[in-house]
Design a protein around this ligand. Sequence first.
Ligand code: NAP
Length: 416
Amino acid sequence: MICGRNVLFASLMLSAAPALADECTQAQAVYADPAGTYELHFEPVGSEAAVTSNHFKVRIGDTGVLVDGVVMQSGEPLRANGIVMHDCPTGDVTGAELEACTVWQGPIYAVDKAGQIGLLQPEDAPAADRILLPDFGPSLRRIERLGRRQGYHRQFRCLPVQGVWIMSDGPVLLVTGGSRGIGAAVALAAASEGWRVAVNYASNRDAAEDVVRRIAEAGGTAVSVEGNVGREEGVKAIFAAVDTAFGRLDGLVNNAGIIGPPQRVDEVSPERIEQLFRVNVTGSIRCAAEAVLRMSTRHGGRGGSIVNLSSIAAVLGAPGQYVDYAATKGAIDSFTVGLAREVATEGIRVNAVRPGIIDTEIHASGGLPDRARDLAPTIPMQRPGTAGEVADAILYLLSDKATYVTGTILTVSGGR
Ligand code: NAP
C-alpha cells in the first residue's frame, strides 16, 4: 500500500529531472527520500557477477552512517530482492553472523512515470524513475542509531537521477480510545514517527475523524475504527477493521478507559463495578489477546509491542473517589507483568505507563471537570501532566529504544 504522503511527494518529484532518467543506467542512479534525508546510490557491479544486478549504498542523513546493499535477481517468479547490511564481518562468516548484520531484506520494485509498479531492471537498463522498498522505513530508523562514520564520496559518471525513494508500509499501531485525551496524543505522536495508526473510538466519531485528518495533513497514514472494547463484538470489529485496512499489526496501546463519579465503595453499584472492569480490564486483556494472535512469532507474526494504561491510582487506591477504578488499574499492573513474561520469547514486549493527574476530559466524564487543576497543589511538580507527556513515555516503550524493556510499569506522575 502506498500512503497518501508518498503519492503526493511522488507527483511533486516526477518533474524534477525528466531527461536524466533516460540518460542514466540503473547502475548509476541515485534516489532520495522526499525529505532528502536519505540517499540511495547504485553502483555498477560488472558482468562477472552472474546473480547480482546492483550494489547500492545508503547514506543516512548527516550522520555519516553508510550501509551496503545488494540486489539479486531471483527467478520464478523473476524479481529483484534487496539485502541491506551494516558492519558485517569479513572473511569466512557464518549464517548467524550474516543474519545479525542484515538490517533489511525484501523485494525492490521500480515505479514508472505513470505510477505503475514493476520489476527493477538489471544494472545496464535505463534507471527506474522511482523505486519502492516495502517496510524499509522502520529499518532506516534502526540503522540511524548505529553510529557515525566518515562521509561517503563518490564520482558519478553521469548525472544522478533524483527520483523518489518511497518508504511505504510503516509499522501499524492500534490505539484504543485514540480519539481523545492521551490516546489522541499517542496517535498523533506515533504517526509523526512513522507508524500507521488505527484510531479506535467508542462513540465520538467526529473526534476520531479529527485525529485522522490531522495525521493525514501532517503526511501520515491513519484510519478511524469504531468499536467498544468492553464488548466482545466490539473487540472483534476493531481487529477486523485493522486487518482490512493494514493487513498487519506491530503495536497496541491499550488506552481506552473510563471512570465514574466520586463514590465510596459502600456506595457504588454492582453495575458500575461491572462496567469499569469490562472496559478497563476485560477490554484490555481481550485486545491484547487479539494483538498477540497477530504479532507473536508463535503464531507466525513478526513480534511487536503492547503498552497498557495503568494509573497511579493503582498504587494510591483513590480512597473516597474511585477505589473500584483504582482496582481495575491494579489488575492492569498484574496483567502487564504476567503477559510480558508469557510472550517474552515470542517477540512481544509488554509494558505499562502509570499516569498521575493528567489534564484530559476523563475528569469531566467523572463529574469533576476541574479535578486536574484542583489537585495541582498535591502534586510535587505542582501541576497536572499533559496528554503529550504521557504519549512521550508510551512512544518510548513502543520504540526500538526499549528493546530490553518488558514487564515494566513506568510512572508518569510529576512525582506524585
Ligand atoms: P479520555 O480523555 O476520557 O478519553 C477516553 C478515550 O477512550 C476516548 O477516546 C474514548 O472514546 C475512549 N473510550 C472510552 N470507552 C471506550 C470503550 N468502551 N471502547 C473504546 N474506546 C473507549 O481519557 P484519558 O484521560 O485520555 O485516559 C486514557 C487512559 O489513561 C485511560 O485508560 C485512563 O484510565 C488512563 N489514565 C488517565 C489519567 C488522567 O488523569 N487523565 C490518569 C491515569 C490513567 P470516545 O471519544 O468515543 O468516547
